[in-house]
Design a protein around this ligand. Structure first.
Ligand code: ACO
Length: 321
């Protein structure tokens, strides 16, 4: 018994923000951003909250699975940009979808969040704790950016993606996940600190994303191919058996470099960061949904998913569609 993805959904905010719009905010150019990252535009949330986008993506994933929300038993939302600390985003989604029999919690592993949430839900299903799960990656990182820092504000976008998992005989073959806290400082975002009576400052310091881009780049191009290779070897699966490698959409240069290191044609690494930027935990399920709805996935296809991000964290999943 394993778990299988039986449906997908995604949601992006209405408003696009192009590289040309960025040029009006910071000293940058479409040529620099597109050349270094592959990003030309991104969606920015205006009224949309993280929980709203999560629920919309979840609703579409349930529809695609032909499952009623009342049948759901577990909701996990991977996010590092929830609009509230409490209640968790998953409980907001439960209420919005009327998934009255589902238990829900959030999980933060930054850009690896969806992979880690998928792994957690898979473990619940394998252990027989529940029979199905809605796994969502949802982010509004635009609210956490320093909009005067051209080296980070051009990279990210908002959105949500979701999958429904169900206990089945075939589906997910294996997952791996890793963390290296010793290198956590290369990609950070503080939290608001109100202080307490024992602390000098009681001012609020809202967090903003800060990154050593080159260190993140080096980490990703080293660890992602290594963890994919180890996973494939572990399950005795050749890379020629894989139809698509669906990677976190941080940067086209990272993905091209991973393809080269794995010696796999770039065409097997679909990308959509050109339109959406880096949507962190949402990027893998958003791309999976695009491929699913575009008729690109056939039953029986072998897929590899791989995420990497702050923590540092990374991981991969091998599955049969
Ligand atoms: N527009 C124009 N110039 C810029 C911009 C910009 N938006 N941002 C930085 N620059 C300038 C810098 O100021 C610097 O100028 P200087 O040489 O005069 O000092 C120059 O460009 C080079 O800066 P670097 O930081 O060295 O640029 P680099 O080539 O490393 O590219 C980038 C930066 C795109 C972030 C790259 O490091 C990268 O791809 N890193 C991977 C990190 C990533 O994708 N993170 C996403 C989030 S993490 C995740 O999702 C896992």
């Amino acid at each position: 018994m394993t778990s299988r993805i039986i449906g997908t959904g995604s949601y992006v905010p209405e408003h696009s923000f192009t590289n040309t719009d960025m040029e009006k905010l910071v000293d940058t150019s479409d040529e620099w951003i597109a050349g270094r990252t592959g990003i030309r535009s991104r969606r920015l949330a205006k009224e949309e909250t993280t929980s709203f986008m999560a629920a919309e993506a979840g609703r579409l994933a349930l529809e695609d699975s032909q499952m009623d929300a009342s049948e759901l038993e577990l909701i996990i939302v991977a996010t590092c940009s929830a609009e509230e600390v409490m209640p968790n985003t998953a409980c907001r989604v439960q209420q919005e979808l009327q998934a009255v029999h589902a238990v829900g919690f959030d999980l933060n592993a930054a850009c690896s969040g969806f992979l880690f949430a998928l792994h957690t839900a898979h473990a619940y299903l394998r252990a027989g704790i529940c029979k199905n799960a809605l796994v969502i990656g949802a982010e509004s990182l635009s609210r956490l950016l320093d909009w005067t820092d051209r080296s980070t504000c051009v990279l990210f976008g908002d959105g949500a993606g979701a999958v429904v998992l169900r206990q089945e005989e075939t589906g997910i073959l294996g997952l791996s996940q890793f963390a290296d806290g010793s290198r956590g400082d290369v990609l950070t975002c503080g939290n608001s600190q109100n202080g307490n009576p024992l602390q000098e400052t009681k001012e609020s310091h809202p967090g903003k994303i800060a990154m050593d881009g080159q260190e993140v780049f080096k980490f990703a191009v080293r660890q992602v191919p290594a963890c994919i290779t180890d996973l494939l070897n572990h399950y005795g699966c050749g890379k020629d058996e894989i139809r698509y490698f669906i990677l976190h959409q941080a940067n086209a240069r990272i993905i091209r470099s991973v393809a080269k290191r794995l010696d796999v044609p770039e065409a097997q690494f679909p990308m959509n960061m050109e339109q959406y930027g880096n949507t962190s935990a949402a990027s893998i399920p958003m791309l999976l949904d695009e491929l699913n709805r575009g008729g690109c996935l056939k039953k029986g296809d072998h897929l590899v998913l791989s995420g990497f991000g702050a923590g540092l964290t990374w991981g991969a999943c091998l599955l049969i569609w």
